[in-house]
Design a binder for this molecule. Structure first.
Ligand code: IPE
Ligand code: IPE
Ligand code: MG
Length: 236
């Protein structure tokens, strides 16, 4: 967008999609309707994020801890993921976006895993935006998985940050510049633990299904005014 020409845009924007349940409760709807509305909101967000010139867009959709929810909600979420991938992959591809999944494979239903692999393969040549869905993702799990893979490779010598990073789920994806969390909670809930070392944070009380272009604008404008020092001194 031309108005953004002189603005700092995050290269990697990450969003913790929180508040689907509260959104539904406010409307006397079942929680799953909130999740459905939340997934629908993602379609719009992919378009907006692309228009902003963001290169990597990751969303936290299901954590390694979310298995603790009642099985009806978990099953419902898995069905929604299946539906979303099947129905939206062409639209996402036509935006020039490549779909990637990030997280542990264990516990996910086999047919969903196959569908995820298919969607990744089907969109792999798209280069405008990497749209990363974190499903069964946990930051601690990612770090532990990396250490275990490194050990399985019989790695010897002192492990550097760069060495460990090579074993993360998506080693080529840069750290998130901006992490947004909707719905008022002021925590990470195990998202991008290693990668968030120098991320900027933005919290809003808006429930995820109500998050819109205007809210995104506010978050990006706020980010554009931040001074990222990385432990050094003020820029300019
Ligand atoms: C976020 O919405 C989606 C998932 C964690 C799957 P929630 O389901 O956490 O919504 P609240 O926090 O109960 O409102
Ligand atoms: C974080 O939301 C995980 C996702 C958005 C997928 P939760 O609703 O699970 O987090 P807590 O339980 O409030 O920390
Ligand atoms: Mg929540």
């Amino acid at each position: 967008m031309s108005e953004n020409i002189n603005k700092k845009i995050p290269r990697h924007l990450a969003i913790i999609l929180d508040g689907n349940g509260r959104w539904a409760k406010k409307r006397n709807l079942p929680r799953l309707m909130g999740h459905r509305a939340g997934l629908r909101k993602l379609e719009e967000m992919v378009r907006l994020v692309k228009r902003e010139g963001i290169r990597y867009f990751s969303v936290y959709a299901f954590s390694t801890e979310n298995w603790n929810r009642p099985s009806m909600e978990v099953q419902g979420l898995m069905s929604l993921f299946r539906y979303y991938i099947r129905r939206k992959v062409d639209e996402i591809k036509s935006e020039g976006a490549r779909i990637r999944f990030c997280g542990r494979n264990d516990k996910l239903p086999e047919d969903l895993l196959q569908q995820m692999r298919w969607a990744e393969d089907y969109t792999k040549d798209q280069e405008i935006l990497d749209f990363i869905l974190c499903i069964n993702y946990g930051g601690r799990a990612e770090i532990l998985d990396a250490i275990n893979k490194l050990r399985a490779d019989n790695f010897t010598g002192e492990v550097t940050e760069q060495d460990l990073r090579k074993y993360f789920y998506l080693p080529d994806v840069p750290d998130p510049d901006l992490i947004i969390r909707t719905s008022g909670e002021l925590r990470l809930s195990n998202f991008w633990l290693w990668e968030c070392a120098y991320s900027e944070f933005y919290f809003t009380d808006i429930h995820w299904p109500d998050f819109d272009e205007n809210e995104l604008r506010k978050a990006l404008d706020n980010y554009a005014g931040r001074d990222r020092r990385y432990g050094g001194l003020k820029n300019k």
